[in-house]
Design a protein around this ligand. Structure first.
Ligand SMILES: CC(C)(COP(=O)(O)OP(=O)(O)OC[C@H]1O[C@@H](n2cnc3c(N)ncnc32)[C@H](O)[C@@H]1OP(=O)(O)O)[C@@H](O)C(=O)NCCC(=O)NCCS
Length: 183
């Protein structure tokens, strides 16, 4: 368990499926990519299984995000989302975050992402940290920038949406190509 000022972060676990699914099934958290919304808890369970494998194999992956204190009307202890860094090939940490709209605008994603980048650097500084976001999602890009990541790639995806990638360092061509291929 890792704590920050407003958050309690624990390795995501199978018992969190229902609470995490509520966030991943909420259309408000997918306005920039509606096709990504989870329509069945099995999709969330599969995502959590994958992250649990990351914890086992690499010792770091996504956290279940709980409030350490009341935020707005949402009481301390509530699961408000998922986020952190996940190991990806070619060799990098993928930074991600998805929080319940009920807690947006309180700096929580910035706090979460800052702790995730710190954890990635503490765990394996050789592996770059990379965040990918659509250009239509300025809040996500703002969060990545606030952790110190800078734009390294911008281009259209097969679906026509434009994706920007931000990283904590310059990336070699193979990693850039791999990040681009992730979408
Ligand atoms: C992106 C997300 C995690 C941000 O969560 P949050 O806790 O509200 O984020 P924070 O409060 O830490 O910071 C948000 C930043 O975005 C900025 N922001 C918010 N909406 C914005 C907009 N429409 N245009 C520009 N900036 C915006 C805020 O001003 C803030 O930056 P600042 O602190 O420099 O002012 C949240 O909106 C979310 O879960 N969205 C849906 C899932 C998602 O898009 N995940 C990322 C996928 S790549």
């Amino acid at each position: 368990m890792t704590t920050t000022a407003q958050l309690a972060l624990a390795p995501v676990a199978a018992g969190d499926v229902d609470a995490v699914h509520a966030v991943f099934a909420d259309p408000s958290t997918w306005t920039h990519l509606p096709s990504g919304r989870h329509t069945h808890p099995d999709q969330t369970a599969q995502m959590i299984d994958h992250a649990a494998a990351g914890w086992r194999v690499h010792g770091l992956d996504s956290w279940t995000v709980r409030l350490a204190q009341t935020v707005g009307d949402v009481p301390a202890g509530t699961v408000v989302g998922l986020g952190g860094v996940s190991p990806r090939d070619p060799f990098h940490w993928n930074l991600g975050y998805r929080l319940s709209p009920a807690v947006w605008g309180h700096g929580l994603a910035t706090e979460l992402a800052t702790e995730a980048v710190r954890a990635a650097h503490a765990h394996d500084r050789e592996r770059p940290v990379v965040a990918r976001a659509l250009t239509t999602n300025p809040a996500s890009i703002a969060v990545a920038r606030r952790t110190g990541l800078r734009e390294v790639l911008r281009g259209p995806r097969p679906d026509g949406l434009v994706r920007v990638a931000l990283a904590d360092r310059a990336l070699d061509d193979a990693t850039l190509a791999g990040v681009a291929a992730l979408g």
